[in-house]
Design a protein around this ligand. Structure first.
Ligand SMILES: *Cc1c(COP(=O)(O)O)cnc(C)c1O
Length: 371
């Protein structure tokens, strides 16, 4: 049924990508499981949008319409965020090209760049999300991640997009942490959005998903061709689960963000916790940019407890904070990132707020911290 431009976030989420109402039909049609579909014996695939499951799936198309309405662009969903991001990079970059990536962004993307992209002759430059950035002269693609995972710095997307475009470079923004309700990178000047839908977008910790969104046919076409050729598509059931979960995105983010604010204020006031980062905290280095650029603050924060032992004692003592990676889910989780071999300090924790009651979470974290 789609959304109006005047609709608020909750209305948009509930209606996004749904078919026109028809008596006797469900609000959201169930998943269509098919590898081949019946073809018209005379006209063949020209007569139907569905021929074969790798390029064509109606459940996937409804999800793409939904995310497209929220991002304000055309969307192709992928089997995971990594599939979407590496798909964009490999569809766009050629040997001899230069790409600028976030030095503090999602670690597997950086590892992919130094292993695979550099290996095929792409020049890989890294810049911290908060800057300074190198000259974009001769650069083909600038990938920003804002807010960055896990450090939560924020990039000035409009200014960087203007500078990149002046140099003839394309700009991609990883919108995983913000989600399209938190930030609309295409409206801020980006050419293309990449994201993991595994995190807050779908929010139930029950599926992997990624997507690419753009208003440029010149980017959508190679990305679509790439996905069809490599086959990095999500299954019908995952696509359906993701669409079902989108309806509550506005509600989930509201509670997660309120919980993050309460915990950030608690943590920043404690002498035994250092390096608290949450872009909505006045005094956070990213506060001014985030306030100008984000439509709402994320439910994720980060801080340092000093060493691995204290993080383990905190998590063992907490009743509501589960030790788990990923973020954006219904349950509050915390991840000591260094245990995955990334380049954060040993006591660095990324905490993802769930939708529990704020008072319960504050009481639980307060009780567990002295452990
Ligand atoms: C998780 C994540 C990814 C990768 O997504 P997957 O769905 O796990 O493949 C990419 N970018 C960011 C910022 C992420 O947090």
């Amino acid at each position: 049924m789609g959304t109006d431009s005047t609709d608020g976030d909750g209305t948009r989420c509930v209606r996004a990508g749904l078919p026109e109402p028809a008596p006797g039909q469900p609000f959201l049609p169930g998943p269509v499981f098919a590898a081949p579909y019946h073809l018209d014996p005379r006209q063949g695939p020209a007569a139907t949008p569905n021929g074969y499951g790798r390029p064509d799936n109606p459940t996937r198309r409804l999800l793409e319409a939904a995310i497209g309405e929220l991002e304000g662009g055309d969307v192709r969903v992928f089997a995971s965020g990594q599939a979407a991001i590496t798909g964009l990079l490999l569809a766009v970059l050629r040997p001899g090209d230069t790409v600028v990536l976030p030095a503090d962004g999602y670690f597997p993307v950086r590892a992919f760049a130094t292993d695979t992209l550099a290996g095929i002759g792409v020049r890989v430059l890294f810049a911290p999300t908060a800057g300074p950035y190198p000259s974009f002269a001769g650069v083909r693609l600038v990938l920003l991640e804002s807010p960055a995972n896990p450090g939560l710095d924020v990039a000035d997307v409009p200014a960087l997009a203007a500078a990149a475009h002046a140099a003839g470079a394309l700009v991609a923004v990883d919108n995983t942490t913000a989600t399209p309700l938190g930030q609309r990178p295409l409206d801020l000047g980006a050419d293309v959005v990449v994201a993991s839908g595994t995190k807050a977008l779908t929010g139930h910790s029950d599926l992997l998903l990624g997507y690419v969104a753009t208003r440029s046919a010149g980017l959508l076409d190679p990305v679509t061709a790439w996905r069809t050729m490599t086959g990095a598509v999500p299954g019908a059931f995952d696509a359906w689960l993701a669409h079902r979960s989108l309806a509550t995105l506005d509600l989930r983010l509201a509670r997660q963000s309120a919980n993050a604010e309460a915990l950030a204020r608690l943590l920043v006031g404690r002498p035994d916790v250092t390096g608290v980062r949450w872009p909505g905290l006045p005094g956070d280095p990213a506060y001014a940019l985030a306030s100008a650029q984000l439509r709402r603050m994320p439910g994720v924060l980060s801080f340092d407890l000093g060493d691995a032992g204290r993080v383990a004692r905190f998590l063992a003592a907490s009743r509501l904070v589960a030790a788990a990676t990923s973020f954006g889910g219904l349950h509050t989780t915390a991840d000591r990132r260094a245990q995955w071999g990334d380049d954060t300090p040993p006591g660095f924790v990324r905490l993802s707020c769930g939708v529990e009651d704020t008072a319960d979470l504050v009481a639980d974290v307060t009780a567990a911290l002295p452990a």
